[in-house]
Ligand binder design. Structure first.
Ligand code: AHM
Ligand code: MG
Length: 328
């Protein structure tokens, strides 16, 4: 909105949220508070991620450290911290997480929102100090306020997201989110303890020349994907694959590129999860002028059927996504 555009780079997330509140789909202040809670969770996880190498919290779930405290894996710690922040915030009645089989109830049945999240994605990069991310997706509940949330609240479909985004723990930590009026990025300033608006109204280039895919699975991709990869080489595209969805997505959004996780023999529906990995990034993609497809249609239009369902995922610069999907 004009209102957001008037805000200069350098304002804090709090100020941004306050000033753009009227542009949020529900201007009651509760969604604003929820975004603040997510930002707080991000700061807490950032702290854990940053001290990971020092206190050896990585890779030792269930064992004891010198102090006799229980050591936990960083993704488990992130899950606990995130849930706690949302519980304390009070706006969320229930959560689903990649780390938990079933719906988690916060005890705040009066909360109007539910959140689907992957507290720490990029599991293969956690123990080795490489970029990882938190992904989140927000819905307004469809069940009556004051009653326990149900599956129906989480199964509304990607188009019903009222907000979505991610926190990237990279060379710096960034919160990127959308509430349906564009995408904005906030860089965490450790010295201030604040997220600062650093990337206003992010737009993904329509075309690009970077492709991000696990090339090691080449032989198990369908022929159309194999052909696309051969053509990409032929055209001299650059291959870039971190193996952290958030980081690969983020780079492609800025530079122009495509991320692909096609079906494989081992994972016939792909590896990635629809509700807390693909829907939220699909919303960010669409809001930045990019595209997200499962090979057949827009990811946001997929009918959800299970909390942890998987989907093939092709996301990034619009023309590149059109190119691959036209072949499938
Ligand atoms: P995770 O949820 O276990 O971390 O798996 C998701 C991750 C993505 O971040 C990444 O893009 C992908 O898995 C990499 O998978 P692969 O190692 O099969 O290429
Ligand atoms: Mg994940």
């Amino acid at each position: 909105t004009e209102h957001d555009l008037a805000l200069p780079v350098g304002v804090t997330l709090d100020r941004f949220i306050m000033r753009s509140q009227s542009a949020f789909p529900y201007a009651t202040g509760e969604l604003s508070q929820l975004l603040r809670d997510i930002a707080l969770a991000g700061k807490i996880i950032d702290r854990e991620v940053n001290k990971a190498g020092l206190v050896d919290v990585t890779g030792a779930h269930g064992t004891s450290n010198i102090q006799g405290e229980n050591q936990q894996k960083l993704d488990v710690v992130a899950n606990i911290r995130f849930i706690r922040a949302l519980k304390n915030g009070g706006e969320v009645c229930a959560i689903i997480s990649e780390e938990d089989e079933d719906i988690l109830y916060t005890g705040n049945d009066k909360g109007k929102y539910v959140v689907a999240m992957d507290p720490l994605d990029g599991s293969s990069n956690i123990d080795v100090n490489v970029s990882i991310g938190t992904i989140f997706s927000i819905y307004r509940r469809v069940t009556p306020v004051g009653t326990p949330a149900t599956l129906a609240d989480f199964m509304q479909g990607g188009r019903k997201q009222v907000g979505a985004g991610y926190i990237l723990y990279g060379s710096s930590t960034m919160l990127v989110f959308s509430t349906g009026c564009g995408v904005n990025g906030f860089t965490y300033d450790h010295s201030l303890g604040e997220f600062i608006l650093s990337h206003k109204n992010i737009r993904c280039p329509q075309d690009g020349s970077i492709y991000s895919i696990n090339d090691g699975y080449y032989n198990s991709y369908q022929p159309a994907v194999q052909e696309y990869l051969l053509d990409s080489r032929q055209r001299g595209y650059s291959a870039r694959y971190i193996g952290s969805l958030v980081a690969d997505f983020h780079r492609n959004m800025f530079k122009g590129g495509i991320y692909l996780y096609p079906p494989t023999q081992a994972e016939p529906k792909g590896k990635l999860r629809l509700l807390y990995e693909c829907y939220p990034l699909a919303l960010i993609a669409e809001q930045s002028g990019a595209k997200a497809s499962d090979g057949y249609g827009d990811v946001l239009d997929i009918e959800p059927s299970a909390l942890h369902q998987r989907t093939p995922f092709y996301v990034g610069s619009a023309r590149m996504v059109d190119d691959i999907t036209a072949r499938l």
